[in-house]
Design a binder for this molecule. Structure first.
Ligand code: IPM
Ligand code: MG
Length: 348
């Protein structure tokens, strides 16, 4: 009996998560697992009504869950990034979800905007450390608002934090057919990134079966555009990962198709689509739920329901290659449910 926390959140979050839950229910019937859900109201409306973000009591309850599924967070009534930082960022830090992992898998060549990438099988994973770098939130302002203002944001890296995400990345590379891991950083310019280089070289000695490369981030983005199929597993810092992952989501067909796992293996972890709340689409029934469905797929994989996860991955591939969907108008009403129906049909 899996204990799952649900945070539908804002904008299109509830609608896309609903489709993810329909698929989860079908998978549980077919693969014989059970789960109980705990709803959490975190998000813009709840915050504006109560001033609450993530109460300590809820946080303690969440620690005892098996997984968290998030729909989307963000609302134009609040400062951009506020809810993400104060809800997702807090969950990442308090639950020590030190890994952020996002697959970049091209399910249908028609979805890729890059001419050369077609036909070469784009299937990579981007991993980043998830609570350090500039996301640690250290820094501040001197003489704010004056012509002499100084603004500082510290990029924080610890040996322990760098080593544990690198070890996880080597394990992921070892588990994949190509056994290849690329460290992406900017150590030629950012001295602190040299800690990544040294730690990477040390840990690599324990994984002689994993082929490695280290690439500067500007070169990596260029190669991701020209030859994305070259990459297998990428590991990088929090900030650089945010940018690489956004590029990766476009290569696989758009943010509506991309999912994210924030992990601390063996304890409650968090799974979400990366598209954000998209307030203009809220309530239209036109949002693409594939990102939320792939978040469920990643959760099932992490929970060890590998047959259900594999079946769901295949069902998404079948759906995204369905001729009926080849020309969906972006604002087509009922598209959200239509995608959900097609994935359910493909599972069955
Ligand atoms: C993402 C987002 C977040 C990040 C923001 C909302 C904090 O850009 O999930 O990619 O930068 O990690
Ligand atoms: Mg981002």
């Amino acid at each position: 009996m899996y204990r799952l926390g649900l945070i539908p959140g804002d904008g299109i979050g509830p609608e896309v998560l609903e489709q993810g839950l329909r698929v989860l229910e079908e998978s549980s019937r077919r693969y014989g697992f059970s789960y109980r859900v705990h709803h959490y109201p975190f998000g813009a409306d709840h915050y504006l009504e109560t001033g609450e973000l993530v109460p300590d009591s809820d946080l303690e309850e969440i620690r005892n869950l098996d997984a968290l599924l998030v729909g989307a967070l963000g609302d134009p009534r609040l400062e951009r990034g506020f809810l993400e930082r104060e809800i997702l960022g807090r969950l990442h830090r308090e639950l020590d979800l030190f890994i952020n992992l996002r697959p970049v898998k091209l399910y249908s060549e028609d979805l890729c905007p890059l001419r050369e990438a077609n036909g070469h099988g784009v299937d990579l994973v981007i991993l980043r450390e998830n609570i350090g770098d500039a996301y640690a939130g250290l820094g501040g302002f001197l003489r704010q608002g004056t012509p002499d203002e100084v603004a500082i944001s510290e990029a924080v890296f610890t040996r322990r934090g760098v080593e544990r995400v690198l070890r996880y990345a080597f394990e992921v590379a070892r588990s994949r057919p190509r056994h290849h891991l690329t460290l992406v950083d900017k150590s030629s310019l950012v001295p602190a990134h040299e800690l990544w280089q040294r730690t990477f070289a040390e840990v690599a000695r324990e994984y002689p079966d994993v082929k490695t490369a280290t690439i500067e981030v500007d070169v990596a983005v260029a190669w991701l555009v020209r030859t994305p199929e070259w990459f297998d597993v990428i590991v990088t810092t929090t900030m650089l990962g945010d940018i690489l992952m956004a590029l990766g989501s476009q290569i696989q067909g758009g943010v509506g198709l991309a999912a994210s796992a924030s992990l601390n293996p063996g304890q409650v972890s968090l799974f979400e689509p990366i598209h954000g709340a998209a307030p203009k689409l809220a309530g239209t029934g036109a949002a693409n739920p594939i990102g939320a469905i792939l978040a469920v797929q990643m959760m099932l994989q992490e929970l060890g329901e590998v047959a259900a996860a594999s079946s769901l991955d295949t069902a998404v591939r079948t759906t995204l290659n369905n001729p009926d969907l080849k020309t969906p108008s972006p604002s087509e009403k009922g598209l959200t449910r239509k995608y959900g129906e097609l994935v359910l049909k493909a599972i069955r």
